[in-house]
Design a binder for this molecule. Sequence first.
Ligand SMILES: Nc1ncnc2c1ncn2[C@@H]1O[C@H](COP(=O)(O)OP(=O)(O)O)[C@@H](O)[C@H]1O
Ligand SMILES: [Mg+2]
Length: 340
Amino acid sequence: MIVWKSKIIENWGKWSLANKIPIKPTRPLKEEDIGSIKEGSTRSVWMIDVPTSSGTFPVILKLYNGSKTFLKYYEWNVYKNLKDTRVSEFMPYFYDIQIDAENLEVWIFTEYLNVFGEKPKFKPADLYNITSSLARLHAKTFEHQPVAELIRRTVPEFQTERRNERLENIKGYLQQAKEDDFLKKVIEQYCPEIYELVERDLDFPEVIQSGKCLTHGDLHLGNICYDGQTIKFIDFGVATFSPCWLDVVKLVETILDNRFEEKEREIRDKCIRIYLDQMQQRGISFSEDPNRLYRMAYLMRVLEKELRRNLQATLRGKRPFVSQLVLKKISLFSNELHLI
Ligand SMILES: Nc1ncnc2c1ncn2[C@@H]1O[C@H](COP(=O)(O)OP(=O)(O)O)[C@@H](O)[C@H]1O
Ligand SMILES: [Mg+2]
């Protein structure tokens, strides 16, 4: 078992971090300056309170360890490859990235930001600001932009083949769910149409043709930060070059489920309008009705990700079923789209 704190102190000195941050520390780092934010089997996140003459200066360390770390596409490539592009304003500033190939570790030292997930009162206006920033990030990385080529080399590209495979999986899980008393009842209650729906053509070419860009892929409030007026996104671990609407639905619907269930429709409509306006101001428009694109993208995303994963985990006895709201929205959106 590695004692990370002593290793952090050792590497902080070895890589001269004191010279790479914007303040001058008043003494060498001690274990009590380091706090753990999250510790998992392949990565951990640390807050380092660097001692300064006026108090402390916070630095975030995200540490990947283990062999999975050395796959081709990963978060640090996003930070490194895009640092001199117009995309960098949407990402945390990084002080240093060190790849320790011998120990299979990657050390990312970044600026500390305020995380929306910890904001005491999260308001619809916050969601509108985030939506607007997301549109700007998307527009800057859209497929016709010069930077798109570099992004395509940095993150995986959306793959239709993987989708088809996952859709086949979900059909199998739904059949298995029929044999499970609890799942059968929940599906019957929230979305009895789903059996018929998954037999339909769910390719949604309109969503794919509406344009690809850098998509974050995991937009929940723990991965979105603010720093004064600026909004930044952290945790680009599952970023891809994918249809833009897939990111919009993940952002908006996750927040609607957790925070504003009662004013859902009004807030959703406004987010779609804001996204569209921001994109249009940057010369990007959509030939299909954006309200339809949004609903199709939601079905694409949840059938492949949230619902598929949750059904899989529940059927394997690993996790309880928590996707009732997802089922409810699948029912609502597929009816609004006249798919059923
Ligand atoms: N730059 C940062 N500033 C402030 N907090 C951060 C920063 N980076 C990460 N965190 C905190 O650590 C948590 C986990 O980091 P994250 O990069 O999202 O890792 P994971 O891939 O494990 O979700 C975040 O949800 C946030 O609370
Ligand atoms: Mg995260």
